[in-house]
Write a protein that binds this ligand. Structure first.
Ligand SMILES: *Cc1c(COP(=O)(O)O)cnc(C)c1O
Length: 429
């Protein structure tokens, strides 16, 4: 496989960009080898700078629910850009996207647009703290919520242990405003809430935890979060940056039948452009400036090009995109099940979100995930890449189908997987 141009570009990149990238996992450190520089995409396919063709199952880490360069989005972006890329005033495009969001997800009584998922989450947490007048945030081990200081915190041991920073540069005092608990453990959560519930501003969770593999939760666990937060006057924030508008119009909230106080969005909502949003109950969202005292702003927030892309994406999903997305995902699962069956692996799927994990049964919490799987994944990843299938370059990332993944490319994926799994489990591997 010729990666000459990618290699040369990566060398130039390393001279200027820390680690050669703009976001860490892209550097391929956990799978090894040269990061692939993608140059062009069309539907389910992408081509790199050397002209190698891939069936893409990373899909820009989630935004591309319709595949690469879907016509409705490209047309909307082109038309909007020709009119001017940014005004710094309110625009019709942001009103239209907010109306679309609220129509699809009625829990979004008020919506504020930002430019990334990270911003959406940090702003939602600030709104929750402003609304409740409390500081403490509860998150779950293995859930990723972007790179705000107090969210880069992993579990300390013990129940109510305050968090320790997961990144250099995060002050301990900031990390201490976050308590980290295990997923899948109602008892631990109820114990924390009975001890400290009155201090808790918000409990934040990825209802479909998809950043440390795919740690599907029991509905009872998610229901306990709603029950206890209500009891203690804390807010529940569902981080739907991945699941939002991917699992259908109502996202995970509708899938599990849970009404949070706040929702956060990113990825799909921007149609592949930089958009995030936080939304929710009117009385909570009305604390956000200028309606209320919680400050949050953005030069490019509500940018008309990005807003138009988001609306084109959501409307195309509504016009049959979600149905095609589910059909493609069910097809891929049906193709892969018999192939993975002989191996000690679990294929986990919810909607168009997949994870292949090297253990059985599939884990539901991060502490149950066997880190040794990463070594096998490295071999699998390499073998898939050589067979023209682009998977996320980390064992603990999920893969995504899009509405553009037709049966032909899905069969290519299955054929590649049959050979790649055999290689990953070769004697001595
Ligand atoms: C990707 C992600 C974020 C962060 O979004 P960015 O746009 O990368 O800042 C937050 N929460 C979840 C659940 C995510 O998957």
């Amino acid at each position: 496989m010729n990666l000459e141009r990618s290699r040369a570009l990566f060398e130039r990149a390393q001279a200027l960009l820390p680690g050669g990238v703009s976001s860490p996992v892209r550097a391929f450190r956990s799978v090894g080898g040269t990061p692939v520089f993608l140059a062009r995409g069309e539907g389910p396919l992408a081509w790199d700078e050397d002209g190698n063709r891939y069936v893409d199952l990373c899909m820009s880490w989630g935004p591309l629910a319709l595949g690469h360069a879907p016509a409705p989005v490209v047309e909307a972006v082109t038309a909007a850009a020709a009119l001017g890329t940014s005004f710094g005033t309110p625009t019709a495009a942001e009103v239209a996207l907010a109306e679309t969001v609220a129509r699809l997800q009625p829990l979004a009584e008020r919506v504020r647009f930002v430019s990334s998922g990270t911003e959406a989450v940090m702003s939602a947490v600030r709104a929750a703290r402003g609304f409740t007048g409390r500081d403490l945030l509860v998150k779950f081990d293995g859930c990723y919520h972007g790179h705000a200081d107090y969210l880069l915190v992993k579990a300390g041991s013990g129940l109510a242990t305050s968090g320790q920073p997961d990144s250099a540069g995060v002050p301990a005092a900031v990390a201490a405003t976050t308590v980290v608990l295990p997923l899948d453990d109602e008892a631990a959560f109820r114990a924390l809430m009975s001890a400290r519930g009155a201090e808790v501003a918000a409990v934040i969770v990825e209802p479909v935890p998809a950043n440390c593999g795919l740690l599907l939760q029991r509905p009872e666990f998610l229901a306990a979060l709603r029950e206890e937060t209500t009891r203690h006057g804390a807010l529940l924030i569902l981080d739907e940056v991945i699941s939002g508008f991917r699992l259908g119009p109502g996202g995970a909230a509708a899938h599990y039948g849970i009404a949070p106080d706040l929702l956060t969005y990113g990825k799909v909502i921007g149609g592949g452009l930089p958009v995030g949003a936080y939304a929710g109950r009117r009385e909570v969202m009305e604390v956000v400036a200028p309606a209320g005292p919680v400050y949050q702003a953005g030069t490019l927030s509500g940018n008309p090009v990005a807003m138009s892309a988001g609306r084109a994406m959501l409307e195309a999903l509504e016009r049959g995109g979600w149905a095609r997305l589910e059909a493609a995902s069910a097809t891929l699962e049906a193709l892969l099940r018999p192939i993975v069956e002989p191996y000690p692996v679990s294929l986990v799927r919810l909607g168009s979100i997949f994870w292949l994990v090297f253990q059985r049964p599939a884990p539901r919490a991060w502490h149950q995930v066997e880190r040794a799987g990463a070594e096998r994944y490295k071999r699998l990843h390499r073998a898939m890449l050589e067979r023209g299938v682009y998977l996320a370059p980390s064992a603990f990332e999920v893969f995504f189908t899009s509405a553009a993944h037709g049966d032909d490319v899905l069969r290519e994926v299955a054929d590649a997987m049959r050979e790649a799994l055999a290689i990953a489990f070769e004697e001595g591997a």
